[in-house]
Design a protein around this ligand. Structure first.
Ligand code: E4P
Length: 217
């Protein structure tokens, strides 16, 4: 399973990259705004900076909602850097645009996916990634991880190549449950990745090993 980091914060991206387990980055307009990146020129430069920081795919989201606008924006984004994946919303014009991009060998991430039917459409259009938002589903008393299981099952039935990218991850158990469900990718806040390190028995065990070593000196 690939680990992406879900942020536009360069320091966090660098920290995750330094762990040696990072495979890519996802951003969205809210994450860019959170970092105070304003104006198209700065946004563009920020995507390039992110691409220089990691070696894997970097999702950059279009803000157009009409077919022509999505195509124009997506083509510009794809030209910025070979690692850019054009992130397109799950709407009719978005699916049409994903079909166009897939026919032109441009990688896509179909975002804002909340149902198996939407995921089926994304796969049929040839999306590289599909992003079901599991945390936002949990927020509505709907089991987000079950949706991951359902989509993985459907994609395996038909050997669809679209990768299931579990998004809107909130905590380390989401990561583990997505791994059990067979997600291809999880995109996570840095805290959720770092939380995977934690176990009190590791801390206790290491303290004892070091203390015993000291005694033997
Ligand atoms: C990533 O691709 C999504 O935009 C992101 O995971 C959404 O996360 P949120 O529900 O925490 O905003």
């Amino acid at each position: 399973m690939k680990f992406f980091i879900d942020t536009a914060n360069l320091k966090q991206i660098q920290e995750a990259q330094s762990l040696g387990v990072l495979d890519g980055v996802t951003t969205n307009p809210s994450l860019m705004a959170k970092e105070g990146i304003k104006g198209q020129a700065n946004i563009t430069q920020h995507y390039i900076d992110i691409c220089k920081t990691v070696s894997g795919d970097v999702s950059a989201e279009v803000i157009s909602t009409d077919y022509e606008g999505i195509i124009e924006e997506g083509l510009k984004l794809a030209k910025l850097h070979p690692q850019i994946v054009v992130k397109v919303p799950m709407i009719k014009d978005g699916i049409k645009a994903i079909k166009y991009f897939s026919e032109h060998n441009i990688k896509t991430n179909c975002t804002l996916v909340f149902s198996a039917g939407q995921a089926l459409l994304a796969a049929k259009a040839g999306a590289t990634y599909v992003s079901p938002f599991i945390g936002r589903l949990d927020d509505t008393s709907t089991d987000g991880v079950s949706l991951i299981e359902q989509i993985v099952h459907i994609y395996r039935n038909y050997n669809y190549k679209t990768q299931v990218l579990a998004a809107s991850i909130r905590h380390p158990m989401h990561i583990i449950m997505c791994a059990e469900a067979g997600a291809d990718v999880v995109t996570c806040p840095l805290d959720a990745i770092l939380a995977l390190f934690n176990h009190p028995l590791t801390d206790i065990g290491l303290a004892k090993f070091l203390a015993d070593y000291k005694k033997s000196q």
